[in-house]
Design a binder for this molecule. Structure first.
Ligand code: SF4
Ligand code: SF4
Length: 671
């Protein structure tokens, strides 16, 4: 900055400089300018030692030494943006930020990424009231300065032209923009009408994990006041809220444990920086990882033992592993952490819960780190957006709506048409609910069916707090002005509550008196036992956040058994990739083309048995429905299993998944 402002204006270096073709795109997101490179080795060491993606290295010798990718191998890494951040001379630049602003023109605040539940600390940077860059902050207990590329570059979605800038109501011509007063009155009338027609049980509230703690708390309070029983911050893709009542591990606990038992999804795809932390634990030989998975994951190369199981056999695989002498001896050495999430969206969550309970029965001292994916899912579930029981969770709510028992479906940043494993149920639910109220940042597919849409402020446009998977509460910063007249979700809940009068907050309800987000944060600290220390003052003094404890719920014993199947069927695995058709990715210009697309993957020998060529279209038929998509040969998928990534657009696998069954078996036919 000083040289730019006060320097001599021209260089004293008169010798001939090196000239290379520039810039070279070494990946979809990163450009390399070799003339600037000082060969410091930071990017190559990061890619090799931290990310485990040995895709950039030095080539040639002496004066000709330069950083380069291997021939025909782009720098395809979920962590490539970190090399840009640590390059000291700007030789590596990020496509989404390149030449948008000078670093010294940016203003910034510390915040937390809410794209997934790891909760990486960031600085949010802007220029002229536009978000332009996120940089990782060295938070010792969480992300050590690293971010994944999805979390780093999806600021483009906040700036998207497709953001909702004003509330809308549905007229005969479709959704049209209106004033907040009109929209809130219409929303209030819908709530009153639903209460009059079917009582509080006829209202369903889905979502809340996208927003802040304050958003979730205010909506949960409104739901309590109205008496809404059908509510859930997950969309049939998580685990029962009761796992948050177990003895909770922190990320540091997991990354320093003797043994990590991994019952979760592919962490590299779903919780990328947690993957970096656990990979480091294994590489530095602090921890031994015992992974339970159907096929190879990003963690498999670093796992001490990788136990394979077929969908539906997870509890049996755990029981067998616990009987293995080596694994039993390793567990007996003490200090065990179980990382548990949802590995397969085409299989009931009960399989994973039963496997977890088998582990905890053998290792009752083990701590549990919940690997739930949605950004603020732990905060939302803890602060009141958890279902009271399985009869009122997201799948039960969608079923009730599909059967015409829901008068009003409230979608709080939820897009069930794209984000629920059972797409058919979601479609019937959205069509079957008499009215739909959507509170969202984008006109997503589910929002198009709404009768009233309330425009919500996005990440970076509102302050507050968030809770990560450990239960760590950290601050969120408002760095730019909210788009149009959009408002924070908590403010919408309070205004709506005041609008609907005596069916809502009582005259002495504390939310009646709030005027700032800090008021709501203070109210949560006063009202929710596990958030007792998380006052605005304490959070301001604790950049690494404040840990909340387990919540007061008990996980009942689960008995799980999978049905048998015939040898012509394939047992289906549906799991997430880092890039999918989620709205934050679709609306980010640099990320939108990174989703791999719909396909079903089978073992090469199964491909031969089906008698089709790699890449050709096949029909996949479950007991529920059929869909057509390309088939891919994939040697990592075991025989008899078919794997398809979740939420990848047209011809999606969600069309044939039945959210009510324990496992999903499919036939694969030539078309
Ligand atoms: S970090 Fe930058 S300067 Fe250092 S080797 Fe890599 S490209 Fe060159
Ligand atoms: S790991 Fe999750 S929280 Fe961290 S940067 Fe990526 S998306 Fe954001």
């Amino acid at each position: 900055d000083q040289a730019f402002s006060h320097g001599p204006g021209e260089s004293r270096y008169v010798e001939s400089k090196r000239h290379y073709e520039k810039p070279i795109p070494i990946s979809d997101l990163v450009y390399l300018d070799r003339e600037r490179c000082i060969l410091c080795d930071r990017c190559t060491r990061f890619a090799d030692e931290v990310a485990g993606d040995k895709l950039i290295h030095f080539i040639s010798r002496g004066n000709n030494t330069q950083v380069m990718t291997f021939p025909d191998e782009p720098f395809v890494s979920y962590f490539s943006g970190n090399t840009v951040q640590i390059c000291p001379v700007g030789a590596l630049t990020a496509k989404p930020y390149r030449f948008k602003a000078r670093p010294w023109d940016l203003t910034q605040q510390e915040s937390t990424c809410t794209t997934c539940s790891v909760g990486c600390r960031t600085v949010v940077q802007s220029s002229r009231d536009e978000l332009l860059r996120y940089q990782g902050v060295d938070s010792d207990p969480v992300n050590w300065g690293w971010l994944c590329d999805r979390g780093r570059f999806n600021f483009e979605a906040v700036n998207s032209d497709f953001r909702l800038s004003a509330p809308m109501v549905k007229l005969e011509t479709g959704l049209v923009e209106t004033s907040w007063n009109t929209a809130l009155r219409a929303a209030g009338s819908m709530i009153s009408d639903a209460l009059a027609a079917g009582g509080p049980d006829s209202i369903g509230l889905l979502g809340g994990a996208r927003g802040s703690n304050e958003d979730a708390y205010a909506w949960a309070q409104l739901a309590d006041a109205i008496g809404i029983t059908h509510r859930d911050a997950q969309l049939g893709d998580g685990l029962p809220v009761e796992i948050l009542g177990l003895d909770r591990a922190t990320i540091d606990d997991a990354a320093n444990a003797n043994t990590i038992l991994l019952l979760g999804p592919d962490l590299k795809e779903e919780l990328p920086v947690l993957y970096l932390r656990l990979r480091d634990a294994a590489e530095k030989r602090r921890s031994r990882i015992v992974e339970f998975a159907t096929f190879e994951t990003g963690m498999t190369p670093y796992a001490w033992k990788s136990v394979r199981y077929e969908p539906g056999e997870q509890p049996d695989a755990v029981a067998k592993a616990l009987a293995d002498a080596d694994i039993a001896a390793q567990i007996a050495s003490g200090d065990v952490v179980v990382v548990v999430g949802r590995p397969n969206l085409a299989e009931s969550a009960e399989a994973t819960v039963a496997a977890l309970q088998a582990l905890l029965a053998t290792v009752p001292t083990a701590k549990v780190l919940p690997a739930l994916r949605r950004g603020n899912v732990v905060g939302a579930l803890t602060l009141g957006l958890a279902p009271s029981d399985a009869d009122h969770d997201a799948m039960a709510t969608l079923t009730a709506a599909a059967e015409g028992r829901i008068e009003l479906l409230v979608l709080l940043g939820a897009d069930p048409l794209n984000d629920c494993p059972d797409a058919d149920l979601a479609r019937r639910a959205v069509a079957g609910a008499r009215r739909v109220l959507s509170i969202d940042t984008f006109a997503c597919e589910s929002t198009q069916h709404a009768d009233v849409v309330l425009a919500a402020s996005a990440y970076g446009e509102k302050a507050g707090t968030t809770t990560n998977l450990e239960g760590r509460v950290t601050t969120l910063a408002q760095q730019v002005t909210a788009t149009g007249t959009s408002r924070p979700d908590w403010m919408i809940a309070v205004e709506l509550g005041l609008m609907i009068g005596d069916r809502s907050f009582g005259s002495d309800h504390a939310l009646r008196g709030v005027s700032t987000v800090a008021d709501v944060t203070a109210l949560i600290a006063a009202d929710v036992a596990s958030f007792a220390g998380a006052t605005p003052e304490a959070l301001a003094a604790a950049p690494n956040g404040i840990l909340t404890g387990p919540i007061d719920v008990t996980l009942d014993p689960v008995v799980f058994s999978a049905p048998g199947r015939n040898r012509y069927d394939y047992r289906l695995v549906v799991s997430r990739k880092l890039y999918d058709r989620a709205v934050g990715t679709q609306m980010s210009r640099s990320l939108v083309n990174l989703a791999p697309g719909s396909a079903v993957h089978v073992h090469p020998l199964d491909l031969d048995a089906i008698g089709v060529a790699d890449g050709s279209d096949v029909k996949i038929v479950s007991a529920k429905a059929g869909t057509v998509m390309p088939i891919r040969s994939n040697a990592q998928v075991p025989r008899g299993v078919a794997w398809s990534p979740f939420n990848q657009g047209a011809g999606t696998i969600e069309d044939i998944v039945d959210g009510q069954t324990t496992t999903t078996d499919v036939r694969i036919e030539r078309v």
